[in-house]
Design a binder for this molecule. Structure first.
Ligand SMILES: Cc1ncc(COP(=O)(O)O)c(C=O)c1O
Length: 391
């Protein structure tokens, strides 16, 4: 037996390049090399103490058995509260599903609805897993190209030009990974007008970075702005990025009852319930204090400013100022004649002690993404190394 027996579906996908780069950096570190990893998308802050206490209390209380497959009643109530309080989306616990990370929710929504040949419109640059999930399910990825000079936003007409009778989903991710682009309420209203004319199109709104907006503008999301479209919007959120709980693996989604039921049907036959301890911790995250977030935002904003000015001072590199999330999507087009392509550039930077992910991994080109979810001193050293590597 060998890899020839892999399914056609599996052969259509690759391992996540962001995870691959992070694993490579860890490997090099284990060999004694000094590598700063700016490839991973996770806050470096400690998980809030009240969340840790809730996890410990759950263990001590013997909360170690199966829970309802789609999440405990308590967590679904807490998630419904989160959707309404933090995102402005009115929902109820019967239309909430709890998953093992936001990633599982997105996969389930796609797997439950995408058949061979269905089209999914994905604004590019995109989060690495969207196209892989679509391809795994036999769908066609339809890229909606965006450019740095437009702040990585698109015009409603550009979206409408890509809609066909086979379009199943439009993926929206604001604040976005990898670009940090934030969609305004006005832009979303423009998108809503297009969607009104195409009632067969579903929308997946990935709001996992919602608390991390640096402009002072409130987060805008389609299901809150346009309740008339809510019956075809699946909104995904979670605690991974907002509460530094990436390892707990809890995501939440809300949407129309038929879709949430279908996602649950899939979950009941695959992973089963998300971890009981993690669910107890997520209740504390949603119901507990949220005021620490203001401090985190300030720290991220300062780091962003540090990185943006350092990058823009390096000849050959440029980046717009990301408005949200914790990534800079850096253009390195002037350096391509020297390196050939952006994967070679990323390897060169790795040799000089900084792990980044090439733009092409995200459906972009001639550049790379860095995460600025690292300590200021670490970021300063990383910027020195990048400048040195390209001098
Ligand atoms: C845009 C986006 N959506 C979803 C996720 C998934 O998050 P989780 O760790 O909760 O599965 C990530 C994680 O990197 C992300 O960047």
């Amino acid at each position: 037996m060998n890899a020839d027996c892999l399914s056609a579906a599996l052969q259509r996908i690759e391992a996540s390049p962001t995870t691959a780069m992070t694993d490579r950096a860890t490997e090099l570190r284990e060999q004694g090399r000094d590598v700063i990893s700016l490839s991973v998308g996770e806050p470096d802050f400690a998980t809030p103490a009240h969340v840790i206490d809730a996890a410990k209390a759950a263990l001590d209380a013997g909360d170690t058995k199966y829970t309802p497959v789609t999440g405990t009643a308590r967590l679904k109530r807490a998630a419904a509260l989160h959707f309404e309080r933090d995102l402005g989306i009115k929902t109820d616990p019967t239309r909430v599903i709890v998953t093992a990370g936001g990633k599982q929710a997105i996969f389930e929504a796609i797997a439950a609805t995408v058949s061979e040949g269905d089209e999914v419109i994905v604004p590019a640059p995109w989060w690495v897993s969207y196209p892989q999930m679509v391809r795994f399910c036999g769908g066609q990825v339809v890229p909606l190209a965006t450019r740095a000079r437009d702040g990585f936003r698109f015009e409603p007409a550009e979206l409408e030009a890509l809609i066909t009778p086979r379009t199943r989903w439009l993926m929206l991710n604001s604040p976005g990974n990898p670009t940090g682009a934030v969609f305004s309420a006005e832009m979303l209203q423009g998108i809503a007008e297009v969607l009104r004319r195409h009632p067969h199109v579903l929308v997946l709104s990935d709001d996992i970075y919602a608390p991390l907006i640096y402009t002072g503008a409130p987060h805008a999301t389609l299901a809150a702005l346009r309740p008339d479209l809510a019956p075809r919007i699946c909104t995904v959120s979670g605690v991974s990025k907002s509460h530094a709980m990436t390892g707990f693996r809890i995501g939440v989604a809300t949407g129309p009852a038929w879709l949430i039921e279908a996602m649950g049907r899939l979950q009941s036959n695959t992973s089963g319930n998300p971890a009981s301890i993690s669910q107890a911790a997520a209740v504390a995250a949603f119901e507990g204090p949220q005021d620490f977030l203001e401090g985190w935002r300030e720290r991220f904003r300062a780091r962003r400013d540090l990185v943006v000015s350092a990058i823009n001072a390096i000849p050959g590199l440029s980046t717009p100022v990301p408005e949200g999330a914790f990534y800079c999507f850096i253009d390195a087009a002037p350096l391509m004649s020297r390196f050939g392509d952006d994967n070679a550039l990323a390897l060169h930077l790795l040799e000089h002690g900084v792990a980044v992910v090439s733009a092409s991994a995200f459906g972009g080109r001639d550049g790379f993404r860095i995460s600025f979810a690292a300590d200021e001193a670490v970021l300063e050293e990383a910027m020195r190394r990048i400048a040195g590597a390209l001098a």
